[in-house]
Ligand binder design. Structure first.
Ligand code: VGL
Ligand code: ZN
Length: 194
């Protein structure tokens, strides 16, 4: 008998939107240059996935106020994305469809996590839904996007990195480009709308 839940002629995919939060956008405490410029193209991917009834996942950095990645607690970053604050909210123009999955990460003080798969239920949720491919976009290319992509590849997903819908911190010039090269060398495919 056919399984009604399974659309059999195409593989199931999920869109993973990484950390599109106020603190990573211009005006935020750890702003990525032009981090907000990718909002409209991300919304186009979201609409496409929603129209096709595909899974949409939003990850978010969700730190306690005394998180170990913050400079005053020995880390390398200014305080950012403290849970329940304005800085941790998604950018106001990002379209968050009702049925989306929200994955909070790095939510314990003593441990950082760049990847949306690290210490979360994301992998088991996607596997339960028979998802085989993930499309990844958001912030920042050289940290949480790269780390999420690397883990997705290790966990056996096909990965598309959406090059028109990512932006890099670039602590050193070229970090974003290097991160893309590394993701591709590990098997990710680069994709863009136009
Ligand atoms: C991120 C630095 C610190 C990111 C998160 O989302 O790329 N970067 N925490
Ligand atoms: Zn963080």
């Amino acid at each position: 008998m056919m399984n009604n839940n399974c659309c059999c002629n195409s593989i199931k995919k999920a869109l993973i939107i990484v950390d599109m939060q106020n603190d990573f956008c211009p005006g935020g405490s750890l702003a990525v240059k032009e981090g907000d410029k990718i909002v409209s193209v991300i919304n186009q991917y979201i609409k496409q996935f929603k129209d096709e009834d595909e899974v949409i996942v939003f990850t978010r950095d969700w730190h306690p106020a005394d998180h170990c990645s913050f400079k005053e607690y020995g880390g390398m970053w200014p305080s950012h994305c403290v849970a329940e604050t304005k800085g941790a909210k998604f950018h106001q123009d990002i379209y968050v469809p009702e049925k989306s999955f929200i994955v909070s990460k790095a939510d314990t003080a003593s441990k950082d996590a760049y990847s949306g798969f690290e210490a979360t239920l994301l992998d088991s949720q996607l596997k339960k839904l028979n998802i085989e491919e993930v499309w990844v976009c958001g912030l920042a290319t050289d940290y949480c996007v790269a780390s999420t992509v690397m883990d997705a590849l290790k966990l056996g997903y096909k990965v598309k990195i959406l090059s028109d819908a990512i932006a890099a911190v670039d602590v050193s010039a070229g970090d974003g480009e290097k991160a893309i090269a590394k993701m591709v060398s590990q098997g990710a495919e680069v994709y863009r709308l136009k």
